[in-house]
Design a protein around this ligand. Structure first.
Ligand code: ZN
Ligand code: ZN
Length: 463
């Protein structure tokens, strides 16, 4: 067996691991490295679409290996047709640092993951305005078709004929998947979004365990303890172990977040905003509980509503228990009685329109009128609604990690200016998505593999 860490060593995220055994080759995750990417690029200096893969290869954002990349991109950069060299991609979870670069993969590579992972990636693509595309479906790039007038037109996503689904295969616990000479078992873990898992790979030369990202202090911490048990039973040769917080001894607790948040809300004289990881439906539940214990409604945005509804029973919270905030968009016609309904709907994306007419919706005018009735899930990208809400005595609870890049620090600084402008006090209540140093050490000790490969960490030397 041969393991190549193509991304995610000595950095947090960007995991791309190639496992090769006899004639079988599989990938574990295929994510984007935010640190590498922001070292060369920014919001206004992006890798060029026209270069297809070249800009990514130049700065080692993608490994230049044959037989894995999409054929339309290869053709566009003048490379010869390549034969598929990978049998499957196994995805540990739907965070972009593990999954964003699926975009670049051939469409005939089967993807294996849990059902929530598939649904989250689908939602990201459907609600994301193209920021992260071609994760769930695949649209032929750089190609033309003949339009009704007989002229050449460029293929785009609106032409349904040219959009195909990628091959997703849903994995179940304890059911091994056989790929060539390997058997792969999915083991659920607790992390800061639904559907996260680790993998055990069985071969006749010994077994390999991959942790993915995990924590022990979340609402479903028991899953991660069961992962240790299962990994131990496999008596692995190798353990690819995440170490985001290997240098951090603090033990986190989701329960503590709920209590701190409840306390802050109870003392607030105005509206409460909570900034949090949007895909973490367990944190969403924590905020909901804290709001309800203070007899306040919990308000969420359209994207979060879409995700919660798609996840259905796999989400910790029911969409019916929330209020959905309908903000002004485009022309801002919502609430105007002199304008026909179809014109109002045109202010919104197709996927948003279904929510507008529901009974559990709320608008900024109402939040302004009765601020003490609400706790609002928000983010830096929705701050402009503060102008419509005109909050007084409001508080902002940051339930998110600290900025870890220069771009994020700038965003954070800008946020402070907005909060100062509206006289909003900021507090924090957060628990990480990752295990602490002592928890990682304990896990390594218990699994007791012959060798450990640190991954997803800036401090491999601490292993
Ligand atoms: Zn990660
Ligand atoms: Zn993650």
């Amino acid at each position: 067996m041969n393991i190549q860490v193509l991304g995610g060593a000595k950095e947090i995220g960007g995991n791309k691991i190639l496992v090769n055994h006899e004639d079988t080759r599989i990938l574990l995750d295929f994510g984007m490295s935010f640190s590498k990417s922001s070292y060369y690029f920014s919001e206004f200096l992006q890798p060029r679409k026209s270069s297809s893969l070249r800009d990514f290869f130049e700065f080692d954002l993608l490994p230049d290996i044959s037989g894995i990349y999409r054929e339309d991109y290869l053709k566009h950069m003048g490379r010869k047709k390549e034969n598929r060299s990978i049998d499957a991609l196994f995805l540990s979870h739907a965070h972009m640092d593990h999954s964003a670069y699926i975009h670049f993969l051939r469409k005939d590579i089967p993807i294996y993951c849990t059902e929530p992972t598939k649904i989250i990636l689908q939602s990201i693509e459907e609600t994301g305005k193209g920021t992260f595309s071609d994760l769930y479906t695949y649209c032929e790039a750089f190609s033309f078709y003949k339009n009704k007038k007989g002229e050449m037109s460029r293929v785009n996503r609106r032409k349904e004929k040219y959009v195909t689904k990628r091959e997703y295969n849903i994995m179940e616990p304890k059911k091994k998947v056989k790929i060539g000479s390997l058997e792969v078992e999915m083991v659920p873990v607790d992390h800061s979004l639904p559907g996260a898992c680790g993998f055990i790979i069985y071969t006749d030369e010994g077994n390999l365990v991959y942790s993915g990202d995990l924590r022990f202090h979340g609402l479903h911490g028991e899953k991660s303890y069961k992962f240790i048990e299962r990994a131990k039973e496999a008596e692995p040769e190798l353990f690819l172990c995440e170490g985001t917080r290997i240098d951090d001894n603090r033990k986190d607790s989701e329960e503590k977040v709920k209590n701190e948040m409840g306390e802050l809300i109870s003392q607030s004289e105005g509206i409460v905003f909570v900034e949090h990881p949007k895909k973490d439906t367990d944190r969403v539940k924590t905020i909901y509980d804290a709001a309800k214990s203070n007899e306040r409604e919990f308000v969420i945005d359209l994207k979060l509503a879409y995700l919660i509804e798609k996840l259905g029973k796999m989400s910790s919270l029911d969409i019916k228990d929330t209020m959905i905030l309908i903000p002004k968009k485009k022309w801002g016609l919502i609430g105007r009685e002199d304008v026909p309904g179809d014109q109002v709907l045109k202010d919104y994306e197709t996927w948003e329109r279904d929510f507008i007419v529901r009974s559990n919706t709320v608008r900024c005018e109402e939040l302004k009128k009765n601020p003490k009735d609400y706790v609002v899930s928000t983010s830096l990208w929705e701050m402009n609604q503060l102008v419509d809400i005109q909050p007084k005595n409001a508080i902002w609870i940051k339930s998110n990690c600290e900025p870890f890049s220069e771009d994020m620090e700038l965003d954070e600084k800008r946020k402070k200016h907005w909060l100062e402008h509206f006289g909003i006090k900021e507090y924090s209540a957060h628990a990480s998505g990752h295990a602490s140093g002592p928890e990682i050490k304990q896990m390594i000790k218990e699994i007791d593999s012959k060798e450990v490969i640190p991954i997803h960490t800036e401090h491999p030397e601490m292993f």
